[in-house]
Design a protein around this ligand. Structure first.
Ligand SMILES: [Zn+2]
Length: 281
């Protein structure tokens, strides 16, 4: 057998033996590889589409390596319309500004959740002070959401970095963070829909001046426990499952994985994350 690795040729050469191709050269690095090889053993270039990529074109890798990285607004838009090329690009050249913008927007929308619900509560009599306290509490919500979303983001980045590091992949933590950051876009979209739901479907309550303080607490608790929150939770889970799909596309490029391996590991990690997340709230 020929030593297939590290042989470079100036141009594409196919060697024929009769009609049968015995080796082909990698279009990227020129190394000679066996024709049934899916990945170039020399440079990891994808030579063949995998079955999954043929079934689901959304999973198809970009045809050619882009010359320069996309600017972050393009990445944000493409994360939705052309996720494979967007996440491939993020994995190659991660940026911090895109994830940072997405983080800020997530924090703002989560804070508006509270405002949307609070907007449906009308205290009367001496309870007018609740209005002032409730409005003031939004600042506190903003601060706690900033912290919570940041911790969640770091935790998720870590959860996607550690397992691959343990099996010897050299994926950088920052690259994983950038991928996870862009994967927050569907979560952001879902939360925007939830915000609209909360504004329109939260129950409206009047707190009468004659209410006892226990009644006030119960009334307020009812608003924050209304059935609309079940829809909010369902949307949130669906968006995280969408995010896991995007992360799979990113870690596939980052860790040089097969598509099926990337998808299975991404969903496995996401399910663990969701289980932890659900147990905390
Ligand atoms: Zn190659």
């Amino acid at each position: 057998m020929l030593p297939l690795k590290n042989i470079r040729f100036e141009k594409l050469i196919d060697l024929f033996k009769g009609n049968e191709v015995i080796v082909v050269s990698c279009p990227k690095c020129g190394a000679l590889v066996a024709p049934d090889e899916e990945v170039c053993p020399n440079c990891n270039y994808r030579l063949e589409e995998e079955t999954l990529e043929r079934i689901l074109p959304l999973l198809k890798r970009p045809e050619r390596e882009p010359i320069s990285a996309m600017p972050f607004p393009i990445r944000m838009a493409k994360t939705i319309v052309a996720p494979s090329s967007a996440l491939h690009d993020v994995a190659r050249a991660p940026d911090a500004i895109g994830p940072f913008m997405i983080y800020i927007l997530n924090v703002l929308i989560l804070t508006l959740f509270y405002a949307a619900v609070w907007n449906h509560i009308y205290p009367f009599g001496d309870y007018w002070i609740l209005r002032v306290l409730g409005d003031g509490a939004i600042i506190g919500r903003l601060a706690s959401n900033m912290l919570l979303v940041f911790i969640q983001f770091l935790f998720l980045g870590f959860a996607y970095w550690l397992p691959f590091r343990l099996v010897g992949k050299k994926s950088g933590f920052k690259k994983n963070l950038s991928i996870v950051g862009y994967a927050y876009i569907p979560v952001l979209i879902g939360r925007a829909v939830s915000l609209l739901l909360l504004f329109t479907n939260s129950p409206t309550i009047l707190i009468p001046a004659s209410a006892s303080s226990l009644q006030v607490q119960i009334l307020i608790a009812l608003v924050f426990m209304s059935p609309v929150w079940n829809n909010v939770a369902s949307i949130e889970i669906a968006c995280w499952l969408w995010a896991a799909f995007l992360i799979a596309l990113g870690i596939r490029q980052l860790n040089q994985l097969k598509t099926a391996v990337a998808l299975i590991s991404s969903y496995a990690i996401m399910l663990v994350f969701l289980a932890v997340y659900a147990s905390l709230i």
